[in-house]
Design a protein around this ligand. Structure first.
Ligand code: S3P
Length: 451
């Protein structure tokens, strides 16, 4: 249960960026040498990536303050406690040609990023592998990676006419070619870039819109030649990848919950330290500011090849906005929590061009419409978006749909409601933000404790 509280105040450090953590583990696993990844996010999704890369022969261990290295990434060997903050991972790469055939099916769990990126790596191997995931991931589209990978010469077969996991990957030699992406998806782009690393010659990728560019940044830092000309990328195959140390910034997709909470709560000031502000990820900051949100970016710096800042959000009088187009891929995971802000803003908010939300961990357009309505919001679902009439929320019961971002969005909605709300299935925050509930209690004392 989440109760409204009189005040929301304090500082918080969110887990390391999920996208960057996945890539730090995967790309260093196929590099030459040993890399240290500091500030890694250790949600269940990133643990799925670590498990898959181990099954392929790489070593991924956690280094504790006393120097001890352990295979169990979350558990502190001295205290026996589950400790996910300040994680330092040590990844021993096997080199791009050094992966070995996994003895069993690779399990990406709930993680689309693990499945899509890994399929790009597996496509170029000389061994057989099978990739699967949980029930949610097994219902998400894989045809978008299978088809272009085949154009590179990959030999793949997957369930339901090559659209769904499990995916079987046969040994193949890839040959670079020109590819056109059907959707503005960073997971698809990254899959093709990684396959391009294994392909002979140049792989050219045309994107419909810009999406997060962490893969490009990291591969370039590892010694892969990548050229960008507008929305066209060209990756040169056959490079030797160097291991690189990564300082992972805080995840702006997790910070977004506190930014919206800070803006919509009548008495709030929340500081989120050390957040990644890569321009391909900051759509939520632009939209909140357009809505009149008092969001300040301070202490901007560059760490580990990525821009980082501290973010401050304060009580604001929000007004409705129209969002769509190129902004959507820059805030794709933040749309549900933006809808929460819109539900308590003055006036109407229209979100368009967001049909991709239907194929996330849940159908986030339908789930957001349903759950915000359950808490008193006025939301109309469009095929590719939402129309939200701002007003007041009341308490009630909201379901997470086993989707971490839905659970956290509805918790933020509850904070701004007139009465307590029950969030059903709230344990799924473990996927990206295992410490979300204790952080909420710290910033809003009494909000999650039983009376
Ligand atoms: C991600 C890309 C996005 C995002 C996901 C993480 C990534 O998915 O929704 O949470 O790490 O590349 P799409 O690229 O499929 O939109």
């Amino acid at each position: 249960m989440v109760r409204p509280v009189a005040e929301l105040r304090g500082e918080v450090t969110v887990p390391g960026d999920k996208s960057i953590t996945h890539r730090s583990v995967m790309l260093n696993a196929i590099a030459h040498g040993t890399a240290t990844v500091t500030g890694a996010g250790l949600g269940a999704d990133c643990l799925s990536t670590a498990a898959c890369m181990r099954a392929l022969g790489a070593t991924v261990r956690r280094q504790w303050a006393d120097g001890q290295l352990t295979d169990d990434l979350p558990r502190n060997p001295v205290t026996g406690q589950d400790e996910r903050a300040d994680a330092v991972l040590v990844v021993e790469g096997v080199g791009e040609g050094g992966l070995r055939e996994p003895a069993d099916v690779l399990d990406a769990g709930n993680s689309g990023t693990t499945a899509r990126l890994l399929s790009g790596i597996l496509a170029g191997q000389r061994f057989f592998s099978v990739l699967t995931g949980d029930a949610s991931l097994r219902s998400r589209p894989m045809g978008r990676v299978v088809q272009p990978l085949r154009q590179l010469g990959a030999r793949l077969a997957s369930r339901t006419e090559d659209t769904l996991l499990p995916l079987a990957v046969m040994p193949a030699h890839l040959q670079g070619t020109s590819l056109r992406m059907g959707v503005a998806s960073a997971q698809l782009k990254s899959c093709l870039l990684l396959a391009g690393v294994y392909a002979q010659g140049v792989t050219e990728i045309d994107q419909p819109e810009e999406s997060r560019d962490h893969t490009e940044r990291m591969l370039a830092a590892q010694g892969v030649k990548i050229e960008q000309d507008g929305l066209r990328l060209r990756v040169h195959g056959g490079a030797l990848l160097r291991a690189i140390d990564v300082a992972v910034p805080g995840d702006i997709s997790s910070a977004a919950f506190w930014l919206v909470a800070g803006c919509i709560h009548p008495k709030a000031r929340v500081v989120v330290r050390n957040v990644g502000v890569n321009p391909t990820r900051t759509g939520i900051l632009d939209v909140l500011r357009d809505m009149g949100g008092r969001v300040t970016i301070t202490n901007e710096r560059v760490a580990g090849g990525e821009p980082v800042a501290d973010l401050v959000a304060e009580s604001s009088e929000l007004r409705g906005v129209d969002v769509g187009g190129a902004l959507i891929p820059r805030m794709i995971d933040e749309v549900p929590v933006l809808a929460v802000a819109a539900a308590v803003a003055r006036g109407r908010t229209t979100i368009r061009d967001a049909a991709e939300l239907r194929v996330k961990e849940s159908d986030r357009l339908s789930a957001t419409a349903r759950e915000l309505t359950a808490l008193g919001g006025s939301v109309q679902e469009l095929e590719d978006g939402l129309v939200i009439e701002g007003g007041r929320l009341h308490g009630g019961e909201a379901e997470s749909h086993a989707d971490h971002r839905m659970a956290m969005s509805m918790a933020v909605a509850a904070l701004a409601s007139g009465a307590p709300a029950f969030i059903l299935g709230g344990e799924c925050v473990d996927i990206s933000y295992p410490t979300f509930w204790p952080d909420l209690e710290r910033l809003a004392p009494g909000s999650t404790r039983e009376a």
